[in-house]
Design a protein around this ligand. Sequence first.
Ligand SMILES: *Cc1c(COP(=O)(O)O)cnc(C)c1O
Length: 404
Amino acid sequence: MSAGGTREGGDLAGQSLMGTYRQPPAVFVRGEGTLLFDAAGRRYLDFLSGIAVTSLGHAHPVVADALAAQARKLLHVSNLYGNELAPEVAATIDRLLGGGSHLAGRVFFANSGAEANECAIKLARRWAGPGRHVVVSAWGSFHGRTLATLHATGQPAKHAPYEPLPVGFEHVAYGDVDDLRRAVDPVRVAGVLLEPIQGEAGVVDPPPGYLRAVRDLCSERGVLMMVDEVQTGLGRTGRWFGFEHSEVAPDVVTLAKALGNGFPVGACWAREEVAEAFGLGDHGTTFGGQPLAMAAVRATLETMEAEQVPERARRAGGRLAEGLCAMAGIDRVRGRGLLLGAVLALPAAPDVEAAALRRGLVVNALGSDTIRLAPPLLVSDEEVDEAVEILGDALAEVALGGNE
Ligand SMILES: *Cc1c(COP(=O)(O)O)cnc(C)c1O
């Protein structure tokens, strides 16, 4: 800092931001559908969608118009009062979760995935009663960055700097039914919280039959089956929700990322008897469920239904997976629909991410050997083919040892 307390050249490098994220390799100023543009006007294909957030693409006109109109009409009222949109949006979520017929479950609106999971954890404790407060989740999972959801997150390296973490969280090996059977002690455990596909862990699919077995075990032991659909939900995997691939009915479902197509919003749904555990004043939020967020969600879900996004994701995902599987340097492809993890033959994912970005393709490295691809669900065949070509070039460049 200079003597005058200001930084040389303003703050274009972001020195005024806390250093929790790396120096950005690109700064985007505008988007349209699958495309992003930087300040120099350079075009990029966005095959990450803000980590499975902008599922309808950037600047979708229906969502943009709904936000603009609502901003002029009513931005915010306290949850001490009602708003016209929240009940309708909650009913839509309930209907989508029921595969088209209402389940009569209830929704609490929050502002993020972590908050949606906080709501699920608190609800499970309230539902189970004093003493039965443990939530069992999986190693490798990701559930958020608040202290409680950080502990639910099964990544010890992320825990270490923040200990002691809130008590009441235990972890099992993802996909291992025997481990879960050992962990789910009905005297202490309120619920099990799992992702239907582990996103941050590298797009990891559970073994066939796992979620079915989890459902059976939870029913047998009388604990809640809670599914974190924050990344997998809303068409991304080729069904409306990731749990549908296993034909199970969870007790609690959390949503966020794609729910507002980029507007920050989260939701925790629970079936009626579980939701009733929350009484007046048991949970709350200033911003959750505000009119602006609800306008974004209503427009997003309406468009998703009109566009039949699960079907779109299934088709485009098939094309993308096929292109990836045929590519030299890719060992195998994990995931479903348009949530894919390409496992590289070389542990060079960060280099491949950087090489792809230089060539105008946004993807993201998970660990050392996986590239995550999560384009908008409305992505075109031509865009899929172009992305496959760019990624192939990036892989070839890295394999040849090039890095500039
Ligand atoms: C991103 C994510 C979260 C956290 O969402 P935030 O909005 O960042 O709090 C929780 N669970 C899963 C599965 C996620 O992918």
